[in-house]
Design a protein around this ligand. Structure first.
Ligand code: DHE
Length: 505
C-alpha cells in the first residue's frame, strides 16, 4: 500500500488532494486503486488507522471482516452504525466510491501487516497498575454470584447481580469481544479478548479497566493459567501465541507458531489445562496440538502430531484427554494428553461444536454431550469407553449447551435455521427432550448460564432489541426479562472459577 512507501504526511496530503477532487466531481467512472485509497485515508484512516489495523474503530482487513458480508459493509459505509461513532457517508460519497471503498477493505494490503514485540509493547495501556485501587468491592453483592453479560449489539458488558438479577453496572468494551471472558482464580479480575486482538483486564471490585494490550491483529481467544499468573492469546494474524504477565498485562513472550519445516499456522484457540499446569493450543493449518508450559518465565512447547487437522477442543474433567473435531466435520478425535496418541475416533457427523460440550453423571458413568453445527442433533458420548450412546434429534443445528451439577436439565439452542428461536430442555436422566421453549418468536434464543447454585438461569434473546431472560431452573418458568442489546454470552463468576461441569471453561 502507498502509505508503506511514502512518509505519512505526504500520503495524507496526496490523499486529501485526491479526495477533494473526487468530492468536487463525484465519480461516475470506476475509481483507480490510488483514488480509493485516497478516499480511505481522508475519511476512514483517522478511526480505522492509516494501515487499516484499527484505532478507535475496528481493523478493516479481510481477516477481521470475514464475518461481515461485503454488501453489509457497503451499507455501513453509506448509512453509518447507530449508537456508535461510525458516521454515514451516503451524502458525502458517491455510490461508486462507497462500493470501491468496500472492495478496497476486503483486499489484503500489499505489505503484510506486522504485529510483533514492538507493536504489542507500544499498545500497552495501564490506567490502574496493581496496588493502585482499593481491595474492597465498591458495591454490595455476592461477588461469587455475579454474571457478566457481553452485549455484542453495541459492544458493552453488563455486570449483573446473580441474587437479585438486577444490573449493577454497564461499560463499553473493545469492539467485537469473542470467546468467554476469563476470571482470575479469586474472581476479582476478568480478562476479555476482542477479535481485533485487544485484551482488557477489568477489576470487578472497582468496576474499572486496569490494563489493556493488543496481542495481535486478528485474535481468536485468551486463556488464563490455573494459578492466575499468566494470560495467553491465540492469534490468526499474525501466526503467534503471545504470553503476558497477568498482573499488569506486561509482555513476556511472542511464540511463532511453526512446524519443523517452516510452515506457519493460525491458532484456532488456546485453553488453560489446570491439573496439568499448562496451556493447550489448537492449530488451524498444521496437524498438531501444542501443550505450552511456563517455568521460571520461560516457555516450553510440546508438539503433539495428529493425522488430521483438528478445530475445536473439549477436555475431560481431569484434562487427561482432549477431543477435537476433524476438519472433515464427520469425526471426533480423542487424544491422550500424556502420550499424545489418538486413542479413539468417534463418528460425529455434522461438525460437532465440541467447545460448547458439557458433562454429567448418567447411570453411574460420565457422559459428555455436544451439539452440531450442521445437523439438528446432540451427540451423547460415554467418556469411559468413548462410544456415542445416543444421538438426540433436535429442531435444527445448535451452538451452545449448558447445565449445572445441581440441575436435572441440560439446555441446547437451535441457533441455525427456521427454528432458531427455540431452545430444548433435555432431562439428564432419560436423555430425552422434555420441553421446547420459544421465548421471543422470530428472534434467536441462545446461550444459557446458570447461577452459582444451579437454581436460576439466564437465556439470551440474541437481538438488538433483545433481552436476557431469567428462568427458574427447576420449574422452567420465566421470572423476568432484562432488556439488552444483542446479549451473547453470560458468565457466572463461581461457575467459571470452580470449573463447574455444566459450563464452558
Ligand atoms: Fe465463537 C467461544 C470459535 C463464531 C460466540 N468460539 C468460542 C471459542 C472458540 C470459538 C474457539 C472458545 C474460546 C473461549 O471461550 O476461550 N466461534 C468460533 C468459530 O470458529 C466460529 C464458528 C467462526 C468465527 O468466525 O470465529 C465462531 N462465536 C461465533 C459467532 O458467530 C458467535 C455466535 C457470535 C460472536 O460473538 O462472534 C460466537 N463464541 C461465541 C461465544 C463464546 C464463543 C458467546 C463463549 C461461549 C462460552 O459460553 O464460553
Amino acid at each position: 500500500m502507498t502509505q508503506h512507501r511514502l512518509p505519512i504526511s505526504q500520503t495524507l496530503k496526496s490523499a486529501l488532494l485526491l479526495g477533494a477532487s473526487l468530492l468536487a466531481a463525484p465519480a461516475l467512472k470506476a475509481e483507480t486503486g490510488a483514488q480509493t485509497e485516497a478516499i480511505y485515508q481522508q475519511h476512514c484512516a483517522s478511526c480505522h488507522g492509516t494501515d487499516r489495523l484499527g484505532g478507535m474503530g475496528p481493523a478493516l482487513l479481510p481477516e477481521n471482516l470475514s464475518r461481515l458480508r461485503q454488501a453489509e459493509a457497503e451499507s455501513v459505509i453509506a448509512a453509518g452504525r447507530p449508537a456508535t461513532q461510525m458516521p454515514a457517508f451516503g451524502d458525502t460519497l458517491s455510490q461508486e466510491s462507497v462500493t470501491a471503498l468496500a472492495n478496497f477493505i476486503y483486499q489484503p494490503p500489499e505489505v503484510t501487516p506486522v504485529w510483533g514485540e514492538q507493536e504489542i509493547l507500544s499498545s500497552h495501556l495501564l490506567p490502574h497498575p496493581k496496588g493502585s485501587l482499593p481491595d474492597e468491592p465498591v458495591f454490595e453483592a455476592d461477588m461469587m454470584n455475579l454474571f457478566l453479560v457481553v452485549e455484542i449489539g453495541d459492544h458493552h458488558v453488563t455486570v449483573l447481580d446473580g441474587d437479585t438479577m438486577e444490573p449493577i453496572h454497564r461499560f463499553a468494551s473493545r469492539y467485537a469481544l469473542h470467546g468467554g471472558p476469563k476470571y482470575s482464580p479469586d474472581g476479582r479480575y476478568v480478562y476479555f479478548g476482542s477479535r481485533d486482538g485487544w485484551i482488557t483486564k477489568y477489576d470487578l471490585y472497582n468496576l474499572k479497566v486496569v490494563a489493556e494490550v493488543r496481542a495481535g491483529i486478528n485474535m481468536r481467544n485468551i486463556a488464563v493459567s490455573a494459578d492466575g499468573n499468566y494470560v495467553m492469546a491465540a492469534n490468526y494474524l499474525p501466526h503467534t501465541l503471545v504470553l503476558f504477565d497477568a498482573t499488569n498485562l506486561g509482555l513476556m513472550d511472542v511464540i511463532p507458531v511453526e512446524n519443523g519445516t517452516g510452515d506457519s499456522s493460525r491458532v484456532s484457540a488456546v485453553y488453560a489445562a489446570p491439573p496439568r499446569d499448562s496451556f493447550i493450543a489448537a492449530l488451524k493449518d498444521i496437524p498438531e496440538a501444542w501443550e505450552i508450559s511456563v517455568t521460571d518465565a520461560k516457555v516450553n512447547v510440546r508438539r503433539m502430531q495428529i493425522d488430521t487437522l483438528l478445530d475445536d477442543f473439549f477436555f475431560d474433567p481431569g484434562y487427561e484427554h482432549v477431543i477435537g473435531a476433524a476438519r472433515d466435520g464427520k469425526r471426533g478425535y480423542v487424544i491422550n494428553l500424556d502420550t499424545g496418541n489418538t486413542i479413539a475416533k468417534l463418528p460425529l457427523p455434522g461438525m460437532p461444536h465440541l467447545g460448547s460440550g458439557i458433562t454429567w453423571e448418567y447411570k453411574g458413568r460420565r457422559v459428555m454431550a455436544t451439539p452440531h453445527f450442521r445437523t439438528g442433533a446432540v451427540s451423547i458420548i460415554d467418556m469411559d469407553n468413548w462410544e456415542v450412546i445416543k444421538t438426540l434429534e433436535t429442531q435444527g443445528p445448535g451452538f451452545f449447551m449448558r447445565s449445572h451439577e445441581n440441575s436435572p436439565y441440560a439446555w441446547v439452542d437451535v441457533f441455525f435455521g427456521p427454528n432458531k428461536d427455540k431452545v430444548h430442555v433435555i432431562d439428564k436422566k432419560t436423555l430425552e427432550i422434555v420441553k421446547t421453549l420459544q421465548p421471543a418468536p422470530g428472534k434467536v434464543a441462545a446461550h444459557v448460564e446458570f447461577d452459582r447454585d444451579g437454581k436460576k438461569l439466564l437465556l439470551s434473546v440474541w437481538d438488538k432489541d433483545g433481552a436476557v431472560i431469567v428462568y427458574d431452573a427447576d420449574t422452567l418458568e420465566e421470572e423476568k426479562r432484562i432488556p439488552m442489546n444483542k446479549p451473547s454470552g453470560k458468565y457466572n463468576v463461581w461457575n467459571k472459577i470452580n470449573y463447574e461441569e455444566g459450563t464452558s471453561h
